[in-house]
Design a protein around this ligand. Structure first.
Ligand SMILES: Nc1nc2c(ncn2[C@@H]2O[C@H](COP(=O)(O)OP(=O)(O)OP(=O)(O)O)[C@@H](O)[C@H]2O)c(=O)[nH]1
Ligand SMILES: [Mg+2]
Length: 238
């Protein structure tokens, strides 16, 4: 998201110099919107989302006025950010609060990590376990990437360092079954949070996509965390 805003800022920054006027003209707005549209499309934003953002941005920019010395670029960026947030409908989400609610209900909170190969899922599990424990939660890790060579061993390296129990089966076993075992363990031992790994996958790999579909159906995670980089684009929707 930051990368996208940086690119948009670079695009609209040339408007800074035009700031002696008090209000944006229709032509200013057209120029800003046209740059915004190119920036969004270049950033691989889906066409229908671009259309919605453009609609919101036009509303936000129309009739805006400025005092001398104010930057059109900053004001335009403010409007654009607001438009993007409105379209994304971003709601604040606190994993700690949600995990806390589950604890009060007396059930383990299941977090499933998904994403492409090598984007940091397993490392993030270790980091999140530390964060959760620092906040008073107990955790168990499910070594549910049963597909990639050495994925289980990788977590076997992290878990003792964190002093966290890890539930595993042998390589090639059913991912959903490993998570099921980890949830059973968490219920029996009153562990607050289960952190479940998954094998890296791309949306074109039908077998692995079916597998993660099954995990979601069977294990019903409370939260699914996509670990990816800023260039992932539309493919993550798959
Ligand atoms: N610089 C940097 N490297 C990271 C970060 N997170 C993970 N890595 C490194 O990226 C590599 C892959 O990390 P993993 O956590 O194994 O990624 P993964 O998504 O579990 O990979 P697969 O299970 O193979 O799909 C490792 O060498 C990590 O040390 C990060 O936040 N910053
Ligand atoms: Mg991994």
């Amino acid at each position: 998201m930051r990368d996208l805003f940086d690119r948009l800022r670079a695009r609209v920054s040339r408007f800074t110099k035009q700031l002696t006027r008090r209000a944006l003209t229709e032509k200013d707005i057209q120029d800003i919107l046209s740059d915004l549209e190119s920036g969004l499309l270049e950033s691989d934003v889906a066409l229908e989302v671009v259309d919605k953002i453009m609609e919101e941005a036009r509303l936000a920019l129309t009739g805006r006025s400025y005092g001398l010395g104010e930057s059109i670029a900053d004001t335009a960026m403010g409007s654009i950010k607001g438009a993007i947030r409105a379209v994304l409908g971003l709601q604040p989400y606190s994993l700690l609060e949600e995990a806390s609610k589950a604890r009060k209900e007396g059930r383990p909170f299941l977090v499933l990590f998904v994403g492409y190969n090598g984007t940091g899922k397993t490392t993030t599990i270790a980091k999140l376990a530390k964060l959760l424990m620092d906040n008073g939660f107990t955790c168990v890790i499910a070594a549910s990437d049963t597909y990639r060579a050495a994925a289980i061993e990788q977590l076997e390296y992290h878990a003792p360092k964190l002093n966290v129990k890890m539930i595993k089966q042998k390589r090639g076993s059913d991912s959903a079954a490993v998570i099921y075992d980890a949830m059973d363990h968490a219920r029996a031992k009153k562990v607050d949070v289960v952190l479940a790994d998954s094998a890296g996958r791309v949306h074109t790999n039908v077998n692995l996509m079916d597998e993660i579909g099954k995990v979601v159906r069977v294990n019903r995670p409370d939260a699914v965390i996509f670990v990816g980089d800023a260039l992932a684009g539309n493919d993550i929707v798959q």
